[in-house]
Design a protein around this ligand. Sequence first.
Ligand code: AMP
Ligand code: GLY
Length: 425
Amino acid sequence: MKILVIGGGGREHALCWKLSKGGSAEKIFCAPGNAGIAGVAECVPISDGDVKGLRDFAERQNIDLVIVGPELPLTRGAADSFKEAGIKVFGPAAYAAQLEGSKFFAKDFMREMSIPTADFADFTEYEPARAYLESAAYPLVIKADGLAAGKGVLVTSSKDEAQDFLKSLMLDGAHGGAGARIVVEECLVGEETSILAVCDGRDMVILTPSQDHKRAYDNDEGPNTGGMGAYSPVSIVTPALIETIREQVLQRVADGMKKRGTPFVGVIYAGMMLTAAGPKTLEFNVRFGDPEAQVVLPLIEGDLAQICLAAAEGRLAETKWEPARRTAMCVVMASGGYPGSYEKGKPINGLEAAGALDDVVVFHAGTAAKDGRIVTAGGRVLEVTGIGANLKEASDKAYDAVRLISWEGERHRTDIGKRDLARIN
Ligand code: AMP
Ligand code: GLY
């Protein structure tokens, strides 16, 4: 099989790495890829948002299967475009991708399908939104409707902070058009977990539950980031809880999208809050999470290319899945200053030594090759995954590898998985 993976971060490195380990990927291209991905796939310099360029490339190369990593091409209709060209694709149509691309679309869909989620109100004009925030009960959550790279959400107990955020979104146009419409939600309390399911439009397979660490610093302090680390599975997400989430959330997404005439093919990512009143949906993503992919993919037994092809062809029910028997943990190594501004081009030391450790994979997120060396080229630079019989082993392996790697200004969290480690021990 000739495969094209779209994207160029740690998630896409994990995808290409897993594909390269299966038997059926004869050739893997990645657009645009990065310096680490170049070790397992051929990188092609086409940006992930260039839907036409990607389609032209896939047609020229007779690609058998396209796997779309990030949300941007999906919301821009990449899956529709490949399908139109007769190319098989793992990733939902633009219509279904609105589950991630528009918070209002997702909330409205959840209301229609009776999917448990926070109560909400939505506004397209400033004045009624301002008045609502004046008399609402706090804490509450304000969300820009559109894609805002994780920066369009405020959870707050302060009316003044809420009003300032509202102004920035609706009057000052922060995040461009993303804030033209806003959603205000009830604040949910509990622990978060990411539940990812591979779906073929009708059937689905739920991958091992994971937990992301979104805040920049230890003890969940500091600003939100794209994710500073993850682990899978999560001890509190029991098989019974997964069944509830399948029934009340994931299956209702698949059924609802089928009913609307756009069966969902790809990954349904449900960001869940485990509240005292049961699991409630915080958000949907329409792709693998990053860094969740870096812990969930290494645990899959079997050939990822065959799994994605079966999903694209609507025959997931035929594939055999073995439950994961091991535990994975990923530590994100970031540039100093991230998620604010940071410098690039710092040479990275210790990659070879870390990569030589057993049960460790060093996924590259923002790296580039320069004068024969690997240098930093983004905020999240490396995503180091350790795999073991349990969380303690996975954690020890990941941090052993992290200790071997360095560059000027490098920063990482030292407490990934700590909460679950304390529960288990
Ligand atoms: P979202 O992009 O919608 O997932 O929001 C980003 C983060 O904001 C989530 O991972 C949660 O930590 C937090 N969040 C979102 N919605 C709520 C809510 N209704 N109650 C409490 N926290 C929330
Ligand atoms: N880790 C969160 C995300 O991929 O959106």
